[in-house]
Design a protein around this ligand. Structure first.
Ligand SMILES: *[C@@H]1O[C@H](CO)[C@@H](O)[C@H](O)[C@H]1NC(C)=O
Length: 287
């Protein structure tokens, strides 16, 4: 009886059709076949579940990776990621935006694995015109291997903000006026890969990858890019995207300070030993 829509009031039919339509939109937004190309790993990267799920795997012979079909010049880009569970020491899952060439721009998330029960490190960096050295590292306030969590980048002409489950963890402001280059004129592609980095990833390389645990697998779903697609020298963006001028409000600033106070374990901006000539210029405003 419930399946006979002719017996339902029309308002319910209307609601149902909205529901069906919005489900279609969500499925569209999350299709890995449409948005990405698998670029390496010889079958170790897989798109599953009609394009809704992507998995990367790593074994002793090789890791794997994928890249976006589109290039973006600014955007608000989200993906949900469930990291390699169990003993993931030595493995690195990287998810980043990057342009090409010797003066490239790059926005990085890298997840450094660990022994079972020991915390992952979320390593972040921002390159502008080929110069990085802007690492900040964090522990997470949840187990990133138990469930999917959302990792986002907001990149607009004012700032780059890294988010975890909607909470800002890092802000890189546009300080061009003080002579610090800001990524704003080179389109970037999205890349992700899972590889072995046991020479440095876990406790600085002390803990090696346990290959008896291979294959290691990380999973991705619900990719969404609210971005300006760059193609043939032109941007798809007109004006009026709400994210295009978005900056942290006072609530966002407070959340950012909470993360930085409780979960940040390395900040290049406080590493005076590393920069004996003085901290990088942006540090006074991006502390
Ligand atoms: C791994 O766990 C150790 C011990 O708790 C910790 O010092 C380290 O920061 C953790 N993460 C990585 C990636 O080394």
């Amino acid at each position: 009886m419930a399946s006979d829509s002719s017996s339902l009031p029309s308002s319910i039919c209307f609601l149902l059709s909205i529901l069906v339509f919005s489900t279609m939109l969500v499925a569209y937004a999350g299709n890995f076949y449409q948005d990405f190309d698998i670029t390496w790993g010889n079958g170790r990267a897989k798109i599953l579940d009609n394009g809704r799920l992507l998995t990367l795997s790593l074994d002793k012979a090789s890791g794997s990776g994928f890249q976006s079909k589109n290039e973006f010049l600014f955007g608000k880009i989200d993906v949900q990621l469930k990291l390699v569970p169990g003993n993931s020491a030595g493995t690195v899952t990287a998810y980043y935006l990057s342009s090409k060439g010797s003066t490239w721009d790059e926005i990085d998330f890298e997840f450094l694995g660990n022994l079972s029960g020991d915390p992952y490190i979320l390593h972040t960096n921002v390159f502008s015109q080929g110069r990085g050295n802007r690492e900040q590292q964090f522990y997470l306030w949840f187990d990133p291997t138990a469930n999917f969590h959302t990792y986002s980048v907001l990149w607009n002409p004012q700032n780059i903000i890294f988010y975890v489950d909607g909470t800002p963890i890092r802000e890189f402001k546009n300080l061009e006026s003080t002579g610090v280059p800001f990524p704003k004129s080179q389109a970037m592609r999205i890349y992700s890969s899972l590889w072995n980095a046991d020479d440095w990833a876990t406790r600085g390389g002390l803990v090696k990858t346990d290959w008896s645990q291979a294959p290691f697998t990380a999973s991705y779903r619900n990719f969404n890019a609210d971005g300006c697609v760059w193609a043939a020298g032109r941007s798809s963006c007109t004006s009026g995207n709400s994210w295009f001028s978005q900056q942290l409000d006072s609530v966002g600033q407070a959340r950012l300070r909470w993360v930085q106070k409780n979960y940040m374990i390395y900040n290049y901006c406080t590493d005076t030993k590393r920069f004996p000539q003085g901290l990088p210029k942006e540090c006074s405003a991006n502390a």
